[in-house]
Design a protein around this ligand. Structure first.
Ligand SMILES: [Zn+2]
Length: 57
């Protein structure tokens, strides 16, 4: 399993994502940045998962 490589650092906040990265990517669903022109079944699937993940909070 790969862990998401997302890290955020500034004067006040230090944050390292510990979620599992998506297969074949360096980032988890929440931090994965998809290019605008990237439209496919996979994109839709990722978006659905992303929304589900956000609703869980
Ligand atoms: Zn992440």
């Amino acid at each position: 399993m790969t862990t998401c490589k997302y890290e955020y650092n500034d004067e006040y906040v230090k944050y390292k994502c510990d979620k599992e990265a998506l297969d074949g990517y360096d980032y988890c669903i929440l931090h994965l940045e998809l290019p605008d022109e990237f439209e496919s079944e996979e994109f839709n699937k990722i978006n659905e998962q992303k929304e589900m993940e956000i609703k869980k909070r």
